[in-house]
Design a protein around this ligand. Structure first.
Ligand SMILES: CC(C)(COP(=O)(O)OP(=O)(O)OC[C@H]1O[C@@H](n2cnc3c(N)ncnc32)[C@H](O)[C@@H]1OP(=O)(O)O)[C@@H](O)C(=O)NCCC(=O)NCCS
Length: 269
């Protein structure tokens, strides 16, 4: 991490939005394979990133989306997970938060990267309307690079949402034809897993709404069960904000009349 930097002026610089959390993985955080469950990791990533966003915004923020995440390593019980989050760039009311996850084995003295993710947080509207965030001023070379890339990623994020919407609406017939070519195909309906969750106090964040990480954890759980039907494991992940309305109702998320798209990318082990 570039936590502390000596600037040209000789001043010691620490990024004011940086938040770091470390956690030893206990059996209660693990899945049936004895590895840290992706859902638990997503919860920790979301809370760390939310603190970073709120530190910059100075007000309450919500998770709008998390870009694709590719997990490079699994994390075992007894290992230490460290999550560093910082705001790369603020736009109008939204911010991009960069999240780096590493894992350390204290006994063999090794540390490795698990994933690097980008989440978008939005400052909650106030009675006077949309919040205008203060801009981020990059101080180090790395911050300057992330600042520039954040604008490009934002552009691609918004295009991605449109592309997926177009794909779903235009390609249904074409994809149905493609599926008939596989002889031993499992009917998609057979892999369908549905979960209904009752939102309880442990699922709420400090703003007393279901926090984004909890929803991602529920989604990961359902996706993992669905994937077992076809012998796959969850290797990467995407969630783009706005709306499956019935999901929003079930999870008690705020409904602003838009649509949520949720997805997981399953890869062969
Ligand atoms: C995210 C949310 C606030 C956007 O609302 P909206 O009506 O689209 O509001 P706006 O059009 O004014 O957009 C607000 C900002 O969010 C950004 N935004 C909207 N959807 C986004 C997405 N999928 N990814 C990244 N940024 C997004 C917009 O670009 C805009 O940024 P800007 O102000 O910097 O220009 C809204 O969809 C929401 O409340 N979703 C639920 C979030 C939530 O509850 N999360 C926790 C899980 S329960």
């Amino acid at each position: 991490s570039d936590a502390l930097f000596i600037l040209e002026s000789g001043e010691v610089y620490r990024n004011p939005t940086e938040v770091k959390m470390s956690q030893i993985v206990l059996p209660c955080h693990a899945n049936h394979c004895g590895e840290l469950s992706v859902g638990q990791l997503l919860k920790w990533m979301d809370s760390t990133a939310c603190l970073s966003a709120e530190r910059h915004a100075g007000c309450s923020c919500i998770t709008a989306s998390v870009d694709d995440i590719h997990f490079e390593h699994t994390i075992g019980v007894g290992q230490v997970v460290s999550i560093i989050a910082k705001v790369n760039r603020a736009f109008t009311s939204s911010m991009e938060v960069g999240i780096l996850v590493t894992c350390e084995d204290l006994y063999i003295g090794k540390e490795w990267k698990v994933c690097h993710a980008f989440a978008s947080f939005v400052a909650r509207r106030t009675e006077t309307g949309k919040v205008q965030l203060k801009q981020v001023i990059p101080h180090t070379q790395l911050e300057q690079v992330e600042y520039s890339l954040a604008a490009e990623r934002r552009r691609m994020r918004l295009i991605h949402v449109e592309t997926i919407t177009d794909l779903l609406s235009n390609c249904a017939a074409q994809l149905a034809g493609e599926c008939q070519e596989h002889k031993d195909a499992i009917p998609a309906e057979k892999t369908r897993v549905e979960s209904v969750e009752l939102v309880l106090p442990p699922h709420a964040n400090h703003q007393v709404s279901t926090f984004g990480g909890q929803i991602m954890a529920w989604m990961e759980n359902v996706a993992t069960i669905a994937a077992r039907w076809v012998g796959l494991s969850l290797k990467s992940w995407f969630l783009c904000a706005p709306d499956v309305p019935e999901l929003k109702q079930r999870i008690g998320a705020e409904d602003n009349g838009r649509k949520n798209k949720l997805g997981v990318d399953l890869r062969e082990e």
